[in-house]
Write a protein that binds this ligand. Structure first.
Ligand SMILES: [Zn+2]
Ligand SMILES: [Zn+2]
Length: 87
């Protein structure tokens, strides 16, 4: 569900997302950066490692770094094989 409201962390009241301060208690609202889950479309916190709704892993950057690393390792192995062949 993509709502236009958020929950005040101070008093727990549901308040409009656009508000800078909670209309109930006056506490300053720190809007957590939200992203859309690529798997189920649910709006989730950007800092979340996994979607709380469907459990899909969200940090694609970390995955791509792992992909680059494994590609580099494969490149090194291929290079060692070529060197060992004595070409
Ligand atoms: Zn409040
Ligand atoms: Zn999801």
């Amino acid at each position: 569900m993509i709502g236009k409201t958020t929950i005040c962390k101070t008093c727990g009241n549901e308040i409009p997302r656009v508000s800078k301060r909670c209309p109930k208690c006056g506490a300053k609202i720190y809007n957590v950066k939200m992203v859309i889950c690529k798997s189920c479309g649910e709006e989730i916190a950007k800092t979340a490692n996994r979607c709380p709704k469907c459990g899909a892993v969200q940090h694609i950057i970390a995955l791509s770094i792992a992909g680059v690393l494994s590609a580099f390792i494969i490149y090194l192995i291929v290079k060692i094989i070529i060197m060992s062949l004595g070409i």
